[in-house]
Write a protein that binds this ligand. Structure first.
Ligand code: KIV
Length: 281
């Protein structure tokens, strides 16, 4: 059965016999097919592509056209999974009109079924407007990578219980509730203490999808390149579990290919076409 926005919207794990949602990032057709074959529920074309595909040090330089391009590639490989596209930095903060146009392009040109925006109370007006226009919105609260400069790095948020302050537990709870009220169909919670994520999950009627947010969320998300261990020698946050070391396997495979070419073992007759006999004139 295809995963749809209405299906995700009522996906609450607590008190039911429901398995958590599984979301993973995808940036191209081949990975989308692999993720589909692995039974992933949601494919997120994350602006993390700036770091894992482009080698940038943050997600901030990623452009709308780049996300549209990658979303189009992913959409072609997805049949069951829901495709969600990230709205990159400055594509929704300047004005509601710009946000509508950007989100519309991700749906119309990229083929996404929904868009994801970072932020809470500060963006609820925009979220409400998008939802009114039939553009489904996934929220994203807690550690929001587009706010890296305000946060002073990629740091766990919500450790302070004070009522104020952008990164306080109370503010993150208000952010998540504001998104629900504005019509978001689910909310990603990134890098917060597990008790805070559990409280938010309990207070919302829409599902939460955690990354570094503990065990009580209604779903989990990881960056595909991280869980597959594709990147060698990069910082590994505490929340990340690597399920494979494909980076090492890829280096081994390419080194074996290089060695065989240099020693003239590849190509062997098995990899050659039978040539027509060229007769001298
Ligand atoms: O861009 C991304 O990959 C994300 C996930 C980490 C949630 O936003």
């Amino acid at each position: 059965m295809p995963i749809t926005v209405p299906l995700v919207k009522k996906w609450k794990v607590a008190g039911g016999d429901v398995a958590p949602l599984v979301m993973v990032t995808a940036y191209d057709f081949t990975f989308a097919k692999l993720a589909e074959a692995a039974g992933m529920d949601i494919l997120l074309v994350g602006d993390s592509l700036g770091m894992v595909i482009q080698g940038q040090s943050s997600t901030l330089p990623v452009t709308l056209d780049e996300v549209i391009y990658h979303t189009r590639c992913v959409s072609r490989g997805a049949s069951r999974a829901l495709v969600v596209a990230d709205m990159p930095f400055l594509s929704y903060q300047i004005s509601e009109e710009r946000a509508i146009e950007a989100a519309g392009r991700l749906i119309k040109e990229g083929g996404a079924a929904a868009v994801k925006l970072e932020g809470g109370e500060a963006i609820t007006k925009t979220v409400r407007r998008l939802v009114e226009l039939d553009i489904p919105v996934m929220g994203h609260v807690g550690m929001t990578p587009q706010s890296v400069h305000r946060m002073g790095g990629y740091k766990v948020q919500g450790k302070s219980n004070s009522l104020d302050g952008a990164g306080s537990a109370q503010q993150i709870l208000r952010d998540a509730k504001g998104l629900e009220e504005a019509g978001a169909f689910c909310v990603v919670i990134e890098c917060v203490p597990q008790d805070l994520a559990a409280t938010i999950t309990g207070e919302l009627s829409i599902p939460t999808i955690g990354i570094g947010a503990g065990m009580k969320c209604d779903g989990q998300v990881l960056v595909s390149y991280d869980l597959l261990g594709l990147q060698q020698n990069t910082h590994r946050p505490k929340f990340l579990k690597q399920y494979a070391t494909l980076g090492d396997r890829a280096v081994e495979a390419m080194a074996a290919y290089g060695a065989e070419v240099r020693s003239k073992q590849f190509p062997s007759p098995a990899e050659c076409y039978g040539d027509p006999i060229i007769k001298a004139a």
